[in-house]
Design a protein around this ligand. Structure first.
Ligand code: SF4
Ligand code: SF4
Length: 263
């Protein structure tokens, strides 16, 4: 499938979204008075995958080792700007008030950082862009399933590099904030919402910390959330600490269900 794309500057991608941020971007976002949440998910990791298993290696590089009861897991953490409705930086004329400093993800959209997301009809349908943005007369966006937009490719490389580089800081951040709840990957996310000042202080502390990987910190006893009775049953059988996603509120987190019907 070939895709052509030209942004219509409709501003739809600046509304009703969470914007993934780097550690540096999250700090800046908080300092401007915005809110940042931590989205945590986990995947069972009983053994190391083969070197040739590209999706598993990709996941491994973007997560840290932990444990839930007897079950080894890897935990992923996304720092995300969160706002109900419009982004606080979206102006009335649909321009971005922090355009020169906007997050990398805003510069990359509608392209995806995930190299395993097929660039087809489903990809197009999942984006906020109106149909006219995908007009065949627009600049080439993807050819034969590969992104060809020359301006975006280096930005994606940068986002991928940064995601790997920041994992130790994110592990330290979870330790500093006492975060120990994650949703099962591909089902949802546990959304942690620390107070702005607390998160700012923790980000400062964790990004200043020296020493690369936080390998010496204890793996912790992570609680896993799932809305699926079958998933919960399997997790309990392998000795994991798991709770129904409906009990997330009791753990002071929200559960974001990736498969909930769109209202
Ligand atoms: S920071 Fe700017 S580009 Fe990014 S979502 Fe907000 S208004 Fe849109
Ligand atoms: S939703 Fe798509 S077309 Fe509209 S401003 Fe965002 S990137 Fe451009």
């Amino acid at each position: 499938m070939q895709l052509n794309f030209a942004c219509t500057q409709c501003g739809r991608c600046c509304q009703n979204h969470r914007v993934p941020l780097s550690v540096h971007e999250a700090t800046a976002w908080l300092r401007r008075g915005g809110d940042v949440h931590l989205l945590c998910d986990a995947i069972a990791w009983p053994a190391e995958p083969a070197q040739g298993d590209a999706p598993a290696q990709y996941r491994r590089q973007r997560s840290f080792a932990a444990a839930s009861g007897a079950l080894p897991v890897r935990v992923g953490v996304i720092l995300a700007a969160s706002f109900p409705g419009r982004c606080p930086h979206l102006m009335g004329d649909k321009r971005c008030s922090i355009y020169a400093e906007r997050p990398l993800v805003c510069r990359i959209y509608p392209a995806s950082i995930n190299p395993f997301e097929p660039l087809g009809a489903e990809f197009k349908a999942s984006k906020a862009c109106p149909p006219e943005a995908w007009d065949a007369h627009g600049p080439a966006f993807a050819r034969a399933g590969q992104l060809v937009d020359a301006a975006t490719l280096p930005l994606i490389d940068e986002a991928r590099r940064r995601a790997v580089q920041e994992m130790p800081a994110k592990q330290r951040l979870c330790d500093a904030l006492g975060i120990r709840v994650a949703a099962m990957a591909n089902e949802g996310f546990a959304v942690h919402q620390p107070a702005r000042a607390e998160l700012l202080a923790a980000l400062q502390q964790c990004s200043d910390s020296d020493g690369g990987a936080a390998a010496d910190s204890p793996p912790g006893h992570w609680q896993l959330l799932s809305p699926q009775p079958q998933t919960l049953q399997i997790l309990h059988e392998v000795g994991a600490q798991a709770q129904h996603a409906h009990q997330a509120a009791g753990l002071a987190v929200e559960y974001l269900d990736l498969h909930a019907p769109t209202p």
